[in-house]
Design a protein around this ligand. Structure first.
Ligand SMILES: N[C@@H](Cc1ccc(O)cc1)C(=O)O
Length: 421
């Protein structure tokens, strides 16, 4: 399979501007291709992985990815897929976000030894452009009638769109032209909503470099879940790549919890497992779905790709501890990952009688109930059942002096943090 056939098999192609042309170009050449991301937030999330996984596949197939961080475009805001005008971010915010995204991108693209890739920021070729140069040299290349017909703009004509956002497609087109001229970039890829911006860039390249300039566009379908809900969003919000925002454990759990109806699609889309491996897992989903082997494999592959071997190790240790209830061996950091989202409270270092302590920590409603639960063996402290109502519980029971995990009943967990720890 060549890379395009592989992408087709993976379900990762939505539209192409010139399928045959691109296939022929790739057959004979190492292609430089780019995908851009705007620094509208301080971390990538898994939605971003959709086009960037494709970029990575090109890299693994021996081509040359160019990652564009949109320091300029991010300060404007892409109207694609947005029903309303956005608020502008401060330039400091954009810069700060850009730095963080660049770091995450390096982590994803530098993994390969001798990795051949470039990272650029469109602020570099946009910041010194004067208004008159822009209007005289670039604006003349754009026809307002054509621009208005692009979906992105057309869908906003009712609700309104500022000149600023209207101009966004010009900036992205300038990027494609700039990279075509300076980095020999021949292909831009992006999510399905980027079709208008990508084709607009191709039109600009054809006007500048001639109608037969070899340049292509390819978009990737929007990821849909089988139950119709939005991919990549959970009750807790987006799934971030930044381990401070979504811990490796939560990240692992997200993939582990995918439905049978979605898991094979995600294996194809997001992992680097081969066709043979994925087909074998697909059979397992059909023959022994209760084992959830495909989900486990998906979670392992994704967690290792984003958080490395140590991130996966943490995630698996915490998952196992939560499953067995045996949490005494977890580190404080692992406790934070696994229990950080559970109800919790802060308690003083000093000891107190367990029955009272549970009430003070907000875990039990009354001392009577507290004593009853302890006597019935429903209270576990750091995984250990405790049936002594008078037990003196204090900071000395805490994991690394910091956390006491209380379990009430089968699986109600509470995280108690020791004051000042
Ligand atoms: N418009 C793209 C990001 C982008 C920015 C600049 C480019 O040159 C290319 C892509 C998005 O919102 O996803």
């Amino acid at each position: 399979m060549n890379i395009i056939e592989e992408l087709e098999w993976r379900g990762a192609i939505n539209q192409q501007t010139d399928e045959d042309g691109l296939k022929a170009y790739i057959k004979d050449n190492k292609i430089s291709l780019y995908c851009g991301v705007d620094p509208t937030g301080d971390s990538l999330h898994i939605g971003h992985l959709i086009p960037f996984m494709v970029l990575k596949r090109f890299q693994l197939a021996g081509h040359r990815p160019v990652i564009l961080i949109g320091g300029a475009t991010g300060s404007i805001g892409d109207p694609s897929g947005k029903s309303e005008e956005r608020n502008l971010q401060s330039m400091e915010q954009v810069e700060d976000n850009a730095r963080k995204l660049a770091g995450q991108m390096e982590n994803l693209f530098l993994k390969e030894k001798d990795a051949d890739f470039r990272m650029v920021n469109n602020y570099d070729w946009t910041k010194n452009l004067t208004l008159l140069d822009f209007l005289r040299n670039i604006g003349k290349r754009f026809n307002v009638n054509t621009m208005i017909k692009k979906d992105i703009v057309a869908s906003r004509l009712e609700t309104g769109i500022s000149f600023t956002e209207f101009s966004y497609q010009i900036l992205q087109s300038m990027d494609f032209l700039h990279l075509f001229e300076n980095e020999d970039v021949r292909l831009q890829i992006g999510g399905a909503d980027q079709w208008g911006n990508i084709t607009s860039g191709l039109e600009l390249i054809r006007k500048e470099a001639g109608a037969d300039a070899e340049a292509f566009g390819l978009t990737i379908p929007l990821m849909l879940k089988s139950d119709g809900t939005k991919f990549g969003k959970t009750a807790g919000g987006a799934i971030w790549l930044d381990p401070e925002k979504t811990s490796p454990y939560e990240f692992y759990q997200f993939w582990l919890n995918q439905n049978d109806a979605d898991v094979v699609k995600y294996l194809k889309y997001f992992t680097f497992l081969s066709k043979e491996e994925i087909e074998a897992l697909e059979e397992k989903v059909a023959s022994e779905p209760e084992k959830r082997e495909a989900q486990r494999r998906l979670a392992e592959e994704m967690t290792t790709f984003v958080h490395g071997q140590s991130g996966l190790q943490d995630a698996q240790t915490i998952t196992e501890a939560l499953f067995s209830g045996n949490i005494a061996d977890l580190s404080a950091k692992q406790i934070e990952q696994g229990f950080g989202n559970m109800p919790g409270s802060t308690m003083p270092k000093e000891g107190n009688n367990l029955a009272v302590w549970l009430v003070d920590a907000g875990i039990e409603g009354s001392r009577r109930q507290s004593r009853e639960d302890i006597n019935n063996g429903a209270i576990y402290i750091n995984g250990q059942r405790l049936q002594d109502v008078d037990y003196e519980i204090s900071a000395t029971d805490a994991i690394e002096g910091k956390y006491i995990v209380v379990r009430r009943g089968k699986k109600k967990y509470f995280l108690v943090t020791i004051e000042g720890a």
